[in-house]
Design a protein around this ligand. Structure first.
Ligand code: ADP
Ligand code: ADP
Length: 236
């Protein structure tokens, strides 16, 4: 079954005002669990808007968004908040870490939405993730004292803290040098292969997109391309 179905998603900004503008013009898209997908397209074409809608940060103006078969468009805000906190992880271009917090504290943050976890559980989970992203030695270092690549690795660990089934990444490697970008990308790919976490990654980097299972292209608010990568053989 599909993890994600977008059915005629439209989005307008400034609805009901003289500057009302439609930026997504009816997006139809289905993604299966375990897919690792690149979303490409020129600046301003609506990629972030689409990611915000899929990530339940914003609602479409019309159309339906189904997650695991459930129509989210009719859910109340409280249900969306819970789904967003437990089922979806986010990685942004500018990592949005709290710079005065340590690596471990940043990874723990998403877990604080669940009260009453047993003592030490959040710390153990954070350490396991920091180990997986190669930063366990930096556990007690504040984010501001770490490199851009390290900070983005922490952001990936944080996105996975709640073991979400979907991770949305908006240009996660956009401000990294080539080697760091490849490193952060491979980290996400490893989580995808090992745990089956589904990823949708906005990128302008053709080398990275070529390593994804599927490349979707958005131009001026319309899907203009959707192709599977023949070079990648993976049992999804
Ligand atoms: P991309 O991520 O592909 O660069 P965006 O989704 O950020 O594209 O933007 C798509 C279009 O919507 C752009 O023209 C942008 O200026 C406009 N836009 C984005 N967010 C808003 C907003 N909150 N209010 C009004 N217009 C917006
Ligand atoms: P991106 O890296 O996706 O191109 P932008 O710099 O276009 O990001 O947008 C950054 C933020 O500003 C986003 O939250 C977007 O929704 C908002 N935004 C973009 N364009 C507009 C606009 N015309 N009016 C209001 N907000 C906007």
């Amino acid at each position: 079954a599909d993890l994600l179905v977008l059915d005629g998603i439209r989005k307008s900004y400034n609805v009901g005002t003289p500057i009302e503008t439609e930026v997504l013009h009816g997006i139809d898209l289905a993604m299966k669990a375990g897919e690792f997908v690149a979303l490409m397209g020129p600046s301003g074409c609506g990629k972030s808007t689409l990611l915000n809608i899929i990530g339940l940060l914003d609602r479409p103006t019309s159309g339906r968004l189904l997650i695991q078969g459930e129509d989210t468009t009719s859910l109340p805000e409280s249900a969306l908040t819970s789904l967003r906190g437990h089922a979806i992880g986010f990685v942004f271009q500018y990592h949005h870490l709290i710079s005065a917090f340590t690596a471990r504290e940043n990874v723990i943050m998403p877990m604080l939405v669940d009260r009453g976890r047993p003592d030490g559980q959040m710390e153990r989970r954070a350490d396991e993730l920091l180990d997986r992203v190669g930063l366990i030695k930096w556990r007690d270092t504040r984010a501001l004292n770490m490199s851009g690549g390290q900070q983005q690795r922490i952001a990936v660990a944080r996105a996975l803290a709640m073991n979400p089934f979907l991770v949305l990444a908006d240009e996660p490697t956009g401000n990294l040098d080539t080697a760091s970008a490849q490193g952060v990308f491979e980290l996400m790919r490893r989580f995808n292969l090992e745990r089956g976490t589904t990823f949708l990654i906005v990128t302008h980097n053709h080398d990275l997109a070529a390593q994804c299972d599927r490349i979707i292209e958005l131009v001026d608010g319309r899907l203009t391309g959707d192709r599977r990568n023949p070079a990648i053989r993976k049992a999804v």
